[in-house]
Design a binder for this molecule. Structure first.
Ligand code: HEM
Length: 493
């Protein structure tokens, strides 16, 4: 039986669409492929999507190799689709290499709603306010070390590299906290880079290909991380037996210093033991979810601030006021009292989202902005386009062809000119014209678990603006916009 979900959007584009009488409007079929991946690569993702949006409206399809990709760029429709939940729209489309690199466990946790929910529940304790408060000392230390290194550096700071360095420190110390030497950390990072490259590569098994290197890195990482977890578990057992507790369960209710420990606590509680292979895969999953996303977010912030001295001045004033009230030591309460810093992060992630789209598969027939999308269709939901171009609160739907031309040229890469025209943190603090909300971290039942952790890291990193010297250095460095999303451009490291 046909279940038809009508997802209407409010944009003017929809009213202009030619409705085909009958069930749900225009039927997108494989016989009507629009465009190809080669064209996307040549033009760049944003111009490619803009051109189709202009021609076909906010829902269109194009051929990504053999896959007909139904793409939605309308803000309201994307939000509604993401909120539908796993019974109607599921994370069921990912490139082959994605699962080859991340394993069957990841496939199950994405494609089986019950498994995903149980994983989410297992991770959640590591992201609560209480958990974040427990991470603060370490977070502050990581940021201070990094800021001191920038201040001591001679010449411009390489923003992309620094953002990624900082993020890898957060990942290895906060997400998993491995007790390793700098040399081991370096090797681990190389392996994660190879794995990450593999995720976004064609599934070419030739020795030496990005895909093969990724597979090899995955095997090594599983072994490395399993060893690290075993060593840590032995240390924990040893120290708890010293305290008269030989069960290994002594920390179940404790405040932990990293996200991974919370997940291990859950395993100990539920099974009275740890499945080390499972723990290694989950450690890799945490780093993949949080490392490059945060790295690009931090790099984008670092690159944006020096373009806007007035924004930095306001940040500085806010920081000083908060320090007068809360003292010099950075606490969660102090960071919460920084609405302008919050707005700057939101605005940066609106115009330069590390993850430019999320992918789903429709489980039921849908009507999206007047177009019929049959059950089984892979869906690409362009959060980037939604939040820069089609958010109804930003009044961008009246764009003239000239405006479109200008945007086509600019949105391919985040350029200083585009940022100067579009970057307005104050939007988030006003009632009129306030953006509807970020899509960068997704919305609905899959919303990013690491969002508050990222905001905490980013606000601490913004303390950089108190160091005038750093300001001069970052201003001199180049920033290359990078997307993390598969097939949407540059995922190179
Ligand atoms: C700027 C930084 C980040 C961005 C842009 C980001 C983006 C996202 C997005 C878009 C999703 C949802 C995917 C979907 O709906 O299919 C997601 C989910 C998730 N993120 Fe993040 N993320 C960031 C940082 C982090 C960090 C630091 C962590 C820590 C490990 C993290 C952990 C997760 C997890 C565990 C999920 C899966 C939630 C679920 O499936 O229920 N993220 N993230």
């Amino acid at each position: 039986m046909l279940e038809l979900m009508a997802l209407q959007c409010s944009c003017k584009m929809c009213e202009q669409l030619l409705e085909v009488p009958g069930r749900g409007g225009v039927v997108i079929t494989p016989e009507q492929p629009i465009g190809e991946f080669a064209e996307l690569e040549e033009k760049g993702a944003a111009p490619f999507l803009l051109q189709r949006y202009r021609e076909f409206g906010p829902v269109f399809s194009w051929m990504l190799g053999p896959t007909q990709m139904t793409t939605v760029v309308d803000y309201e429709a994307i939000k509604s689709l993401l909120q539908l939940g796993d019974s109607k729209v599921i994370v069921g489309w990912n490139p082959e290499a994605f699962y080859a690199m991340l394993g069957e466990r990841t496939r199950k946790s994405l494609e089986d709603p019950a498994t995903r929910l149980s994983n989410r529940r297992m991770l959640q304790p590591g992201f609560t306010k209480e958990a974040l408060a427990g991470y603060m000392d370490k977070l502050v230390k990581i940021c201070t070390t990094q800021l001191d290194a920038w201040a001591a550096a001679e010449g411009p700071v390489d923003l992309a590299a620094q953002g990624k360095d900082l993020s890898f420190e957060f990942s290895t110390q906060l997400l998993v906290d491995f007790d390793i030497t700098p040399e081991q950390k370096h090797q681990l990072r190389d392996k994660f880079d190879a794995l990450f490259q593999g995720i976004f590569s064609p599934p070419d098994p030739t020795p030496g290909s990005r895909f093969s290197k990724g597979i090899e890195a995955r095997g090594q990482l599983l072994q490395d991380i399993e060893q690290l977890v075993r060593a840590r578990e032995a240390r924990e057992k040893h120290s708890s037996s010293g305290n008269g507790d030989s069960s290994g369960n002594g920390h179940a209710a404790a405040v932990r210093k990293n996200v991974f420990d919370y997940t291990l606590d859950q395993q100990r509680q539920e099974h009275n033991s740890i499945d080390f292979a499972e723990a290694a895969a989950s450690g890799i999953g945490l780093i993949i979810a949080g490392n490059d996303t945060s790295g690009l977010g931090v790099s984008a912030l670092l690159a944006t601030l020096p373009l806007f001295p007035e924004v930095m001045e306001k940040l500085r004033q806010e920081q000083q006021q908060v320090m007068q009230r809360h003292g010099e030591a950075m606490t969660l309460a102090a960071l919460d009292a920084m609405p302008y810093a919050d707005a700057v992060i939101r605005e940066t992630l609106r115009v330069a989202p590390p993850s430019a789209a999320v992918f789903r598969r429709a489980l039921v027939d849908l009507e999206v902005c007047g177009k019929f999308v049959p059950a089984g269709s892979p869906l690409m939901l362009s959060s980037f386009m939604g939040q820069v171009l089609t958010d109804p609160h930003l009044n961008l739907s009246d764009l003239s062809p000239d405006d479109f031309e200008a945007l086509e040229q600019h949105w391919g890469a985040i350029q200083a000119d585009t940022l100067r025209a579009e970057f307005k943190p104050e939007r988030w603090l006003q009632q009129e014209g306030k953006p509807s909300g970020l899509l960068t971290f997704s919305v609905g039942p899959h919303v990013c678990l690491g969002m508050s952790l990222f905001f905490t890291e980013a606000k601490l990193q913004q303390q950089a603006v108190r160091q005038q010297k750093v300001e001069a250095m970052v201003a001199g460095a180049a920033y290359q916009r990078a997307y993390l999303t598969p097939f949407l451009g540059n995922a190179d490291h």
